[in-house]
Design a protein around this ligand. Sequence first.
Ligand SMILES: NC(=O)c1ccc[n+]([C@@H]2O[C@H](COP(=O)([O-])OP(=O)(O)OC[C@H]3O[C@@H](n4cnc5c(N)ncnc54)[C@H](OP(=O)(O)O)[C@@H]3O)[C@@H](O)[C@H]2O)c1
Length: 187
Amino acid sequence: MTKIAIWCRHTNDNIIGIGPNIPWHVSSDFKRFKRITNGHHLVAGQTTYESFPNRTLPNRKLHVLTFDKTYQVSDTENHFVHTDYHDFDTFENDLFIVGGASIYKLFMTNINTMPDVIIDSEYLPNLSSEFSGTPVDITPCINAMHAYYERIGTPQKLDNIVTTVWVKKDIQTPDILEHIFNAIHQQ
Ligand SMILES: NC(=O)c1ccc[n+]([C@@H]2O[C@H](COP(=O)([O-])OP(=O)(O)OC[C@H]3O[C@@H](n4cnc5c(N)ncnc54)[C@H](OP(=O)(O)O)[C@@H]3O)[C@@H](O)[C@H]2O)c1
């Protein structure tokens, strides 16, 4: 299996959320996320899972990380509860790590659980003042990305978002990269 982290962060300060919200609405970014993750297994923290419309993402298997062993998912056929992120150490499928901040940090700051690939999207404009709440950033993940990963391919710019793919320095090129690049460059 290949582990892939996918995020969209505000450039320079690495903010991915204000309170519970992602502080931008860029439909091409949501569409790209859907194309890349369609049909795959995704792992999300409980807060991010609760933020999905109706607590679901169609045509994807959702793995929810929570400390609450009694947590109830919205779809017991396609969603699964995990209380230990080491469940994914030997996971048989490709796995997309889709946030939020605590989950990115969990995987990215442990050398043994770091994803093989990162799809790093940067939102370039200033943040809108319509969002209020505590900013949530992933700076430790970005520091680890610069230390342990190398960029591959050409960054793609669309609607003020630049997307770059990074691969861990010590791994063989995973098969899923072709799918990722096709999904990024399709519009
Ligand atoms: N821009 C992006 O790409 C993007 C993507 C996703 C999310 N976001 C943003 O990220 C923010 C949410 O991030 P967050 O850090 O607050 O929440 P989160 O990571 O989505 O979820 C946090 C929850 O995950 C569970 N958890 C954390 N560590 C765990 C562990 N080691 N084992 C088991 N369960 C664990 C806990 O659930 P329990 O409390 O149930 O125990 C914890 O409360 C929001 O602003 C959201 O909009 C942005």
